[in-house]
Design a protein around this ligand. Structure first.
Ligand SMILES: NC(=O)C1=CN([C@@H]2O[C@H](COP(=O)(O)OP(=O)(O)OC[C@H]3O[C@@H](n4cnc5c(N)ncnc54)[C@H](OP(=O)(O)O)[C@@H]3O)[C@@H](O)[C@H]2O)[C@@H](O)CC1
Ligand SMILES: Nc1ncnc2c1ncn2[C@@H]1O[C@H](COP(=O)(O)OP(=O)(O)O)[C@@H](O)[C@H]1O
Ligand SMILES: [Mg+2]
Length: 291
């Protein structure tokens, strides 16, 4: 059980208004790492969502075989090819990620990445960096973490983990069918590591072990492939604009669900796709001022 006495539920954070003479460098440089042949769309959804969530500059690092595909989805982000083999990232990709991450202000990793030696090397490299840069781990980055016996010791307060219940079962060992126990494990992990855990679901639970909140937006139309990939990008976009880690997670899940609710009003729950979430992020952000 989540102990209400040891966690508190904060108010919805807000983004500050933009200075009239600000420029793209003021809104952060996001580096997203992921994708693989057959799952190029996932990391593209994340990158496009980062742009729609206000990031100044977004770069996507993908296996070389996916570069042209990913680049063709959206003109607004940059692409970098990483060493690959037929299974995804090749071992040498980790050192290139280390180089690229130096010029980024926010890092996101995992959607569509697959698991393998190359992907595991990237996750370990990102975790071992002496850095305060915010880092979002989703999907296969979480699956790579779960291969490490000491995965909790690899976490830090700069990190957000965004597992769905299946991914959280792999990591925490707590069955996806026991939501209360999964939330309690998320609180314990937050307390032990300082990381923020976003345990996704119909009422997504966000905790850093000290503060916790259940999200109130979203609908079952979002139960469609790619919805979570969009959330990863939203979180990176908010972090890039300077929100603190827990605050970015709190606002991110809210605005992502609001985009889903607006999309459902427009196209219905049955037809709702992750692309519709992207299209409704602008209205979701504009609606925040009405909160
Ligand atoms: N367009 C693209 O390129 C897309 C690419 N994608 C990429 O695909 C990769 C695999 O990611 P994944 O999430 O699809 O599969 P996986 O990690 O095996 O998890 C499924 C397992 O968890 C269980 N489970 C239990 N509760 C659950 C819950 N509430 N929500 C979800 N699952 C739940 C579930 O149980 P079951 O459904 O059998 O009841 C099953 O056993 C990853 O890289 C991702 O980024 C996708 O984003 C789609 C769009
Ligand atoms: N029934 C639902 N109600 C509200 N939100 C949902 C529902 N089903 C899924 N979602 C949201 O959609 C996203 C799904 O994430 P995930 O399972 O990682 O998808 P994918 O990996 O296909 O991108 C999460 O943010 C989750 O909260
Ligand atoms: Mg996912």
């Amino acid at each position: 059980m989540v102990n209400e006495m040891t966690t508190r539920s904060p108010a919805l954070p807000q983004l500050a208004p933009r200075d009239a003479d600000s420029h793209k460098g003021d809104y952060g440089r996001v580096l997203l790492i992921g994708g693989s042949p057959g799952m190029a769309g996932s990391i593209s959804l994340s990158a496009s969502a980062s742009i729609r969530s206000g990031a100044g500059l977004v770069t996507v690092a993908v296996p070389r075989r996916c570069l042209e595909t990913v680049a063709g989805y959206d003109r607004c982000y940059m692409t970098v090819a990483l060493p690959d083999d037929l299974k995804g990232f090749y071992e040498l990709a980790a050192s290139r990620v280390a180089q690229l991450s130096e010029s980024a202000t926010v890092l996101g990793c995992g959607p569509g990445m697959r698991t393998g030696v190359g992907a595991e090397g990237i996750v370990k490299t990102l975790c071992s960096q002496e850095s305060d840069k915010p880092l979002v781990f989703d999907a296969d980055a979480l699956n790579c973490l779960s291969q490490c016996d000491d995965w909790k010791s690899m976490l830090a307060p700069r990190m957000i983990l965004t597992p769905h219940p299946g991914e959280w079962e792999r990591l925490s060992g707590v069955a996806a069918s026991d939501r209360k126990a999964q939330e309690a494990a998320a609180v314990e992990t937050g307390k032990a590591t300082g990381a923020t855990i976003v345990l996704k679901g119909s009422k997504t639970f966000v905790t850093d072990g000290k503060k916790s909140v259940h999200n109130s937006t979203g609908n079952p139309g979002m139960a469609s492939g790619g919805s979570g990939d969009v959330l990863t990008g939203v979180l990176c976009g908010l972090l890039a604009q300077g929100l603190a880690v827990f605050e970015a997670a709190h606002l991110g899940v809210f605005v992502h669900g609001r985009a889903g609710d607006l999309a459902a009003e427009s196209v219905g729950q049955i037809s709702l796709s992750a692309s519709d979430l992207l299209q409704h992020l602008p209205a979701a952000f504009m609606s925040l001022s009405e909160q």
